[in-house]
Design a protein around this ligand. Structure first.
Ligand code: HEC
Length: 168
C-alpha cells in the first residue's frame, strides 16, 4: 500500500493506472514469449509438460525445442547432448520428458518404423501398430495418409489427431 501512496504523490491516479496496465501487458507478453505453454494432449500429459518446462526452459526457450518435430532417435540424441550441455535431472525425469517429447513433438516414418516407435509417437495401441507393420509387409509402402487410414481396424481418430507426426 505504501508503494501505491508514494506513486500517487508523484503521479495522478490516471497515470498510475495507465502505467499498471502497461506493465501488466508487457510482463504478460514477455512471459508468454519466454515460455509458450506446450499444449498437453491429455490430462496425464500435464505433469510431464510441467516437468519439461522446468527441465528444458532454463538455458533456452522451450519454443526452440518444439519448433521441429523429431524422430525417436533424434530426440534420444538431442537429450544426450543436453545432458552433456549440463541439463540436470534423474533418469526417470529424463525418461518422462523423452516420452512427452515423442508424443507431442515426435515424428514417425510409418514406412520404415518398428511397431514400438509407432506406439510411442502416435500413441496407437500395440495391436494397431502391429497391424500397420503387417499391412506394410503385405501391401508395400503407404503412399499417403489416406492409405494409412485403410489399415483394417486402426483407430482413425487417434491417427488423425497426430497427423502432423506421420511421415512416409
Ligand atoms: C544446461 C543448459 C541446457 C538445458 C538445461 C537444456 N538445454 Fe537444450 N540446448 C542447450 C544449448 C547450449 C544448446 C545449443 C547447442 C548448440 O550450440 O547447438 C541447446 C540446444 C537445444 C536444441 C536444439 C535447438 C535447435 O535450434 O536445433 C534442442 C532441441 C534442445 N536444446 C532441447 C533441450 C531439451 C529437450 C531440454 C530438456 C531436457 C534441454 N534442451 C535443456 C543447453 C541446454
Amino acid at each position: 500500500m505504501r508503494f501505491l501512496t508514494d506513486w500517487r504523490g508523484r503521479w495522478n491516479s490516471l497515470t498510475a493506472l495507465a502505467f499498471v496496465a502497461w506493465l501488466t501487458t508487457t510482463v504478460a507478453a514477455t512471459t508468454f514469449q519466454q515460455a509458450p505453454p506446450p499444449v498437453p494432449d491429455k490430462p496425464a500429459d500435464e505433469q510431464a509438460a510441467g516437468l519439461f518446462v522446468r527441465m528444458c526452459n532454463e538455458c533456452h526457450d522451450t519454443s526452440r525445442i518444439s519448433s521441429t518435430r523429431r524422430t525417436r532417435a533424434d530426440w534420444e540424441n538431442q537429450i544426450s547432448q543436453m545432458i552433456e550441455q549440463g541439463a540436470k535431472g534423474t533418469d526417470k525425469e529424463f525418461e518422462t520428458v523423452f516420452g512427452y517429447l515423442l508424443r507431442t513433438f515426435g515424428k514417425v516414418y510409418v514406412n520404415s518404423a518398428k511397431a514400438d516407435e509407432i506406439v510411442a509417437v502416435l500413441t496407437l495401441s500395440q495391436k494397431d501398430a502391429d497391424a500397420v507393420v503387417a499391412y506394410r509387409a503385405a501391401n508395400g509402402s503407404f503412399a499417403d495418409f489416406d492409405a494409412l487410414t485403410r489399415v483394417p481396424g486402426i483407430d482413425i481418430s487417434k491417427l488423425k489427431a497426430r497427423r502432423d507426426a506421420v511421415g512416409f
